[in-house]
Design a protein around this ligand. Sequence first.
Ligand SMILES: NC(=O)c1ccc[n+]([C@@H]2O[C@H](COP(=O)([O-])OP(=O)(O)OC[C@H]3O[C@@H](n4cnc5c(N)ncnc54)[C@H](O)[C@@H]3O)[C@@H](O)[C@H]2O)c1
Length: 371
Amino acid sequence: MIIGVPKEIKNREFRVSMTPSGVAELVSREHKVLVQSDAGVGSGFPNEAYAAAGATIINNAADVFAQADLIIKVKEPLTSEYNFIKEGQIIFTYFHFASSEELTQAMIARKAICIAYETIQKADNSLPILTPMSEVAGRMAIQIAAHYLEKGNGGSGKLIGGVPGVKPARIVILGGGVVGTQAAKMAAGLGAEVILMDINLNRLRYLTDILPANVTCLYPTKALIEEYLPYTDVLVGAVLIPGGKAPVLASKAMIETMPDGSVVIDVAVDQGGCIETCKPTSHEHPIFLVNNVIHYCVPNIPGAVPATSTNALTNASLPYLIQLADKGWKEACKQSQEIQKGLSISEGKVIDVMLAKTFQLSLHDITESLN
Ligand SMILES: NC(=O)c1ccc[n+]([C@@H]2O[C@H](COP(=O)([O-])OP(=O)(O)OC[C@H]3O[C@@H](n4cnc5c(N)ncnc54)[C@H](O)[C@@H]3O)[C@@H](O)[C@H]2O)c1
């Protein structure tokens, strides 16, 4: 199979979808890999490293898309890439379709085979390709919060951990999955007072056992969130309904009760966000204010730490890529329930139940597509 690795073009997205060692693995299995010139530079991988691993370096994205059977990316295709996509071409990347009807309609129209990293799911319900980026984003969320709490950056001037004799900051985290847990660990390590809320009681039991004593795990009712927000310095949004739009847990009215200079980080913005006042921002212009509350809503947070993120991402995606390349998408989907769950749109037909529900599109049976 011919596999294409275009350069990412989202704002300040420095990750790349494959490392040179991933290329070597595919080439050893007799696949051809085309890497767009400088695609890996932001992650510390020059063209020479890809060429040494057996890749062919291609000057522009149009040629990579034109020649490849399968395109592996990091972020969803952007408008300028839509027309490069060919009928029947496999696009393997993070799509986060629920946050964009435009992208969904474009992929339907292009009749591509869209396999979404974020909905590939194991039998234990874990999301193996979303997990490493959620680990990065959860940890980053607290680093980012500390930065924006500083007075010079517009914040209230509170130190997350406080000092002996002075109270630490209070951090409320909505969602106790991978992002929420990693954020809680980082915040607790810095000495914050952490409140972690999740609707899954088994998850709350587990987190109560493993997290340190300065993390309190609570079930999120509207009244409880309302009670906490006027005394919250940092609010982190981290809920997920796989493949669906995030539920809104904090309304505009609730956010308006937060103290001046407090910080809201909606990590779930890539699935539409769980905080009403959030809208997607970029690494170039990451924040905006609502009622003197700083909002940070970058949908590709891990793109800021590509040296870590690219390696973490490709460790997770390569085993699935190998199956797709070796067997073709139909056989890979037939043999692997995990990959089948990632198949969102196939040759213009919506296969993913949550996606069809989100935009009220007709749902097609996967067995028709796999015949
Ligand atoms: N912005 C970024 O750069 C970035 C990076 C990675 C992940 N994400 C996003 O972060 C979000 C969280 O990802 P994750 O890997 O932690 O997901 P996850 O599935 O591990 O965790 C989600 C948690 O949300 C909980 N939840 C669902 N509905 C809830 C509700 N109504 N109230 C409270 N909790 C609820 C679930 O029980 C689960 O524990 C996703 O939208 C993901 O795409 C964003």
